[in-house]
Design a protein around this ligand. Structure first.
Ligand code: ARG
Length: 461
């Protein structure tokens, strides 16, 4: 290992090697290098604009920083632990490339505002990518929805059969969750896209810098108004992990349903070979590993949110080294959400097939039309609670005799209540039961068609 440098003339001996390793973040913050280079170029340009350095010097700095970018992209920039972090690693290499002028880059800047800038630039780009992925996920849901408006699926409350649904309506519930995720990220973006550059170590700087200019070069919407807040704020990262956690909640709920649907007990979907796995011992098995993994990965994203909240709680102003601990959780949160969105989108696109015959049988063979019998009577002026109690009795006797409601004769219906007429059979047929729930946002086919049209126009915007 190259000898650890001393900080400044103030230090007489190098860091203990184990402490150097403990202190270093280069092992993970190299992930920020492209953003660090971009941020430094903007800073150099600002220094030239304000005449703190000359134009020629700024050009040399930019040249050196771009060369480091190329070296990194070609796999030729691999700083070791003695560099401590990505910021020092870049500065050291810059000085090697451009000579003494490289030592001017850090004028009017601290690693505190630098790292804050980097992480915001990184997260900003990731938010856009995740929104894109959410759009693809929504599109995959929409394709199934369009194919399955009139495919019926049992609807559950308490995981007990409740009322039948249009399968499209069920899937569009996830579309709506994803829509909120897109919007939530849009909101997080607003508070991520604020420039801390120029806040210095904590108090600003004695140089006549132009924060507006560097912010504009980097595409930030506005500036942190307070330098202490600028260098120590990580609210945006917490908000991001919160939004990421909710995405994982949604993916995990869908995963859980897919796992149930693929079971022999439900048997609502077939898992295709390209997205399912086998067992090393049980030859008959086809396992839903993909949704299981997504469900399992949810925990780590929640964990990163919790960790960052705990890191921030009780931190005195301004920068404290605790903040170095923000990165790994953010990076892993981003990677996990992206990987899960990709996997779930592929699963929807090519990994599952709904067993429509089996679904049709399922909705025809239960009592999930019982509410409709009560509604039928209520529409004939029988008070709903009375109708509800009557139907409860029929269900009880039918369960005992092994009959379904559709199997009762008209006489049996009329013995129960004289208001029953021959149209009761239409009223309790599964298609009619679903189609009749035509209230706004309900599962009625007309509503579902409208919901699909709206969903499409959301994706077009
Ligand atoms: N590696 C540090 C981090 O990730 C960079 C900022 C260091 N600042 C400092 N004052 N030691 O937070």
């Amino acid at each position: 290992m190259t000898k650890q440098k001393t900080w400044s003339a103030r230090f007489e001996s190098a860091l203990n090697p184990a402490i150097a390793i403990f202190n270093a973040s280069i092992g993970f913050d190299i992930e920020l290098i492209e953003y660090d280079l971009t941020g430094s170029i903007a800073h150099a340009k600002m220094l030239a604009k304000t005449k703190i350095i000359s134009d020629a010097e700024a050009q040399q700095l930019e040249f050196g920083l771009e060369q480091i970018r190329t070296e990194y992209q070609q796999g030729n920039f691999n700083p070791g632990v003695e560099a401590e972090d990505v910021h020092f690693a870049v500065e050291r290499r810059l000085i090697e490339i451009v000579g003494d002028v490289g030592k001017k880059l850090h004028t009017a800047r601290s690693r505190n505002d630098q790292v804050g800038t980097d992480i915001r630039l990184y997260l900003r780009a990731q938010i856009k990518q995740i929104q894109q992925q959410l759009r693809q996920f929504q599109t995959a849901l929409l394709v199934h929805s369009e194919n399955h408006v009139e495919t019926l699926i049992p609807g559950y409350t308490h995981l007990q059969r409740a009322q039948p649904l249009s399968l499209a309506h069920h899937l569009l519930a996830y579309f709506q969750m994803a829509q909120r995720d897109v919007e939530r990220l849009e909101d997080v973006y607003k508070r991520t896209n604020i420039s801390p550059l120029g806040c210095g170590a904590l108090a600003g700087t004695t140089f006549p810098i132009d924060r507006e200019y560097s912010a504009e070069l980097l595409g930030f919407d506005r500036l942190y108004e307070n330098s202490l807040d600028g260098v120590s704020d990580r609210d945006f990262a917490i908000e991001f992990l919160c939004a990421a956690s909710l995405i994982m909640v949604h993916l995990s709920r869908l995963s859980e349903e897919m796992i149930l649907w693929a079971s022999q007990e439900f048997n609502f979907i077939t898992l295709k070979d390209t997205c399912a796995t086998g067992s090393s011992i049980m030859p008959q098995k086809k396992n839903p590993d993909i949704p299981e993994l997504v469900r399992g990965k949810t925990g780590r994203v929640f964990g990163h949110l919790q960790a960052l909240l705990v890191i921030m709680k009780g931190l005195p102003l301004a920068y404290n080294k605790d903040l170095q601990e923000d990165k790994e959780g953010i990076f892993d949160g981003v990677k996990t959400v992206k990987a899960c969105l990709e996997a779930m989108t592929i699963l929807l696109q090519e990994g599952i097939e709904f067993k429509t015959a089996r679904l049709a049988k399922a909705v025809a063979e239960d009592f999930s039309n019982a509410t409709d019998v009560a509604d039928y009577l209520a529409s004939k002026d029988v008070p709903f609670r009375e109708a509800y109690n009557l139907v409860g009795k029929v269900v009880k006797t039918s369960l005992a005799t092994g009959k379904l409601l559709k199997d009762l004769t008209l006489e049996e219906w009329q013995q129960l209540h004289p208001a029953f007429e021959a149209d009761i059979y239409d009223a309790i047929a599964p298609k009619q039961v679903v189609s009749a729930r035509n209230s706004y946002g309900g599962t009625g086919f007309a509503q579902v068609h409208q919901a699909i049209a709206k969903a499409k126009s959301l994706l077009d915007t």
